[in-house]
Design a protein around this ligand. Structure first.
Ligand code: FAD
Length: 304
């Protein structure tokens, strides 16, 4: 089963623009913070459904994620979603983070298992007093705070640790049964991977939205490194498009915009009406891609 066929979103201005969300990471330095807030100011008028802020491995950005989320709540009209991992932490610590989020008004958590300190692919062992899996974390959040919306991860090329696609889909199903109402995918560059995965997901009896995670390639080498660590494939044609542009950032930006716009256009044409952008805390490419999708800046009462 595939997603319901839409009134073809082919970029025609009369068609409904898709829904979008943006992902940011918490800044490490004052300069990075200024840059993030410039990015948020530029993207906020596009009225995303939500903006999410990642949580560093093992809680390493716990305070920075919290501070970024709190500032988004205080200073913008945006709806924040806080990422949270349960790896390497006792349940009590993780619960404390959720309680603090709930207290400041966060009603959306992206709940993840996370990677062990040794990195993705290292052997995952739950903390002795910790959540055993991401599904356990989801269940705990929903049990204590039914008003918190929980989003989880999904892997069109399966997670590198999964023994098989079936094992991978069983994990996704467990997270949905525990109360997750949306999944965002790991980024991918070949749309067929997403559509094949969606068929598998639906055949597995999973009905929640599977929102494609789009990574505009700001820097090919860096994107290829991410992909390798995340178990995502990088097609030859993509490498070829960036070949020889190492010292030519202007052309690289144009190529990146055209590649990502092509990807989202094709997805939209086949009925995808919601996109999550991994912004890497940069606005220009994502803004341009959203513009090409028919999304226009609008003012808000409380400007970012
Ligand atoms: P799960 O969904 O629990 O599992 C993923 C797959 O791995 C499962 O399908 C399952 O088959 C397999 N698996 C899980 N546990 C085991 C096990 N014990 N043995 C064998 N197989 C197993 N990381 C961060 O640190 N911070 C973030 O903010 C963050 N945000 C993310 C957002 C998105 C949208 C995505 C897609 C990933 C994000 N990650 C983040 C990365 C994520 O933490 C890693 O991919 C991690 O390896 C898995 O966490 P998960 O919740 O996706 O795992």
């Amino acid at each position: 089963m595939t997603e319901p066929t839409p009134p073809a979103a082919d970029g025609h201005p009369e068609l409904k623009a898709p829904a979008i969300s943006f992902e940011f990471f918490p800044p490490k330095t004052e300069e990075m913070e200024r840059n993030l807030w410039e990015t948020i100011k530029r993207l906020a008028p596009l009225h995303p459904n939500f903006v999410s802020v990642t949580y560093g491995a093992g809680g390493s950005t716990r305070e920075r994620t919290h501070a970024t989320i709190s500032r988004i709540l205080a200073e913008t009209h945006l709806t924040p979603a806080a990422h949270l991992t349960c790896v390497d932490a006792p349940c009590a610590d993780v619960d404390d983070v959720v309680a603090r989020y709930h207290q400041v008004g966060v009603r959306h958590i992206v709940a993840l298992r996370g990677d062990p300190a040794s990195g993705i692919g290292g052997l995952y062992t739950p903390h002795p007093q910790g959540y055993r899996s991401s599904a356990d974390l989801v269940a705990s959040i929903k049990r204590r705070y039914p008003d918190i919306e929980v989003t989880v991860s999904a892997y069109p090329e399966k997670h590198p640790e999964s023994a098989s696609f079936d094992a991978d889909l069983d994990t996704l199903k467990a997270k949905v049964d525990a109360g997750a109402s949306r999944a965002i995918t790991q980024f991918f560059f070949d749309n067929d991977l997403y559509f094949r995965y969606l068929d598998r997901v639906r055949a597995h009896g999973i009905e929640i939205p599977i929102v494609p995670g789009i990574l505009p390639v700001q820097n090919f080498k860096q994107a290829a490194n991410f992909a390798q660590r995340a178990g995502a494939s990088v097609p030859h044609w993509l490498a070829e498009k960036f070949e020889g542009l190492e010292d030519d950032p202007d052309t690289r930006r144009l190529v990146a915009a055209s590649v990502a716009a092509g990807q989202v256009h094709k997805l939209a044409k086949h009925g995808v009406d919601t996109f999550h952008f991994y912004t890497m805390n940069r606005a220009d490419l994502v803004f341009a891609i959203c513009h090409l999708l028919g999304i226009r800046a609008r003012s808000a009462q409380k400007a970012a």
